[in-house]
Write a protein that binds this ligand. Structure first.
Ligand code: GLC
Length: 435
């Protein structure tokens, strides 16, 4: 078969019509209702035990932002009038081959991971000072209270031993004590989506949802009357696990090669960690069909990084950047103009599908909180795809508008950069001040 015929087929497989999106939104909403009611659902709908901030939160706090291969530690001051000043912020890698450590794989255990984090807190906290500490921990946790969060299971390919099933608050508390930080008291554990919503709602109105579109993917929203409290509460949906999405043969292959086959179906179709994997599967199929040259790198996991995807998506003219990425990552140095343009189209199809699937999940959430579509809703978003990937934010809005033809812009998005760390600071101040 020719390159053209192959591409037409792939285009059909990876393109989602407005009707398909509307169907996904409807089943997303259904999964939300079932999950909230405690019925079997791919949406975990985890309570956060926190509502929106009111701007009067006050004090000096420490925040930890942990959810990827870097951990950030922040010292911040909230002035009680909706202003937050970040006094110090440092980022530390959890994997450092030169220094000889990797706290994310199965060779590492809980005490090494949390010991490392506590030692980084010690670099930021003023000796002897007291602070409430907010901890963004961006993995699915069963929360029993604002400071009690049991890790259900790792996602994003983390494998550190002795953490699954444990209370993250207790693990961090023990590590802080061991590091001699008696004045630093963990008071809140939140998901990064929740942090993003807290940070955005601190200074803006109508923030009903927050999402991470980066290495991982997940969305939370404010449930107006939570069944547990009868009051407004942010719910971490763990929407990366949503399974009402039509998988292609490429998604099936990505899933099969992942750490936890069957889990995180939506995340494996949309998030930064996996988009390069989906693209690799498509390109490898083109090679098997003989319309791209063969390369053993098609079988190599994580060969295409986010930055490579961005370079290809931003490429114009003679596609020199695409050629460079294909040479560097796959050793394919002499692709024809038609082949380079096919590669770029594949990347575009994969990235655009991601934005459209995410939009469908936002639409489903909006249908749940506002079935009549009476109000405007804003989703605060953090993450590299939304912030940096060429056209991603545009494709997202385009899909939202397609699903709301009569009221374009009613459902919109806004960047909430570094929201997860700031949100942990706000959560710490909220709880730290509570009587
Ligand atoms: C993964 C985690 C989730 C987190 C998301 C974004 O999906 O399970 O808790 O919010 O990544 O970091």
């Amino acid at each position: 078969m020719t390159l053209d015929i192959q591409l037409t087929k792939i285009r059909q497989e990876l393109t989602l019509s407005a009707e398909a999106l509307a169907d996904i939104a409807t089943s997303f909403r259904k999964a939300m209702v079932e999950g909230l009611a405690g019925q079997p659902s791919s949406l975990k709908m985890l309570p956060s035990f926190i509502g929106l901030p009111n701007g009067r939160e006050k004090g000096s706090v420490i925040a930890i932002d942990f959810g990827g291969t870097n951990v950030r530690v922040i010292e911040a001051e909230l002035d009680g009038a909706a202003k937050i000043e970040v006094r110090q912020m440092k980022r530390f890698p959890l994997i450092d081959a030169a220094a000889g450590y990797n706290h994310t794989n199965q060779e590492a255990d809980a005490s090494q991971l949390f010991g490392f984090i506590a030692a980084r807190v010690a670099e930021i906290a003023k000796p002897g000072a007291s602070y409430p500490l907010g901890h963004t921990f961006s993995f699915p946790c069963e929360q029993l209270g604002i400071n009690q969060a049991r890790l259900i299971h790792w996602t994003k390919e983390f494998r550190t031993r002795g953490v699954e099933g444990q209370d993250i608050g207790a693990l961090l508390g023990a590590a802080l004590a061991k590091a001699g930080l008696a004045g630093v008291k963990g008071v809140a554990i939140i998901n990064d989506t929740v942090g993003t919503q807290l940070a955005a709602a601190y200074s803006q109105r109508n923030i009903d949802m927050a999402s991470i579109c980066g290495t991982g993917h997940n969305t939370c929203y404010l449930e107006p009357r939570h069944p547990l409290s009868g009051k407004p509460m942010i719910v971490n949906m763990e929407s990366g696990n949503f399974d009402g999405v039509p998988q292609t043969r490429f998604d099936v292959a990505v899933d099969r090669e992942s750490e936890r086959p069957g889990a995180q179906r939506l995340e494996k179709m949309v998030s930064g960690y996996y988009l390069g994997e989906v693209a690799r599967q498509v390109l490898s199929t083109l090679a098997v069909e003989g319309v791209l040259p063969a390369s053993e790198a098609f079988g190599r996991k994580q060969v295409l990084k986010g930055i490579d995807l961005d370079r290809i998506l931003a490429d114009t003219g003679a596609l020199a950047q695409t050629a460079e990425v294909m040479q560097r990552c796959f050793g394919l140095g002499s692709l024809s103009a038609a082949q380079l343009s096919a590669v770029q189209e594949v990347l575009r199809l994969v990235a655009r599908r991601s934005a459209r699937l995410v939009a469908a999940s936002f639409q489903g959430t909006a249908l749940h909180i506002d079935p009549q579509g009476a109000q405007a809703h804003k989703v605060a978003i953090d993450g590299s795809l939304y912030e940096k990937m060429p056209n991603y934010a545009l494709w997202l809005q385009e899909a939202l508008d397609e699903m709301n033809p009569a009221s374009r812009g009613r459902l919109s998005t806004v960047l909430a950069k570094d929201g997860s760390g700031i949100g942990a600071a706000i959560a710490a101040a909220t709880v730290g001040m509570a009587p």
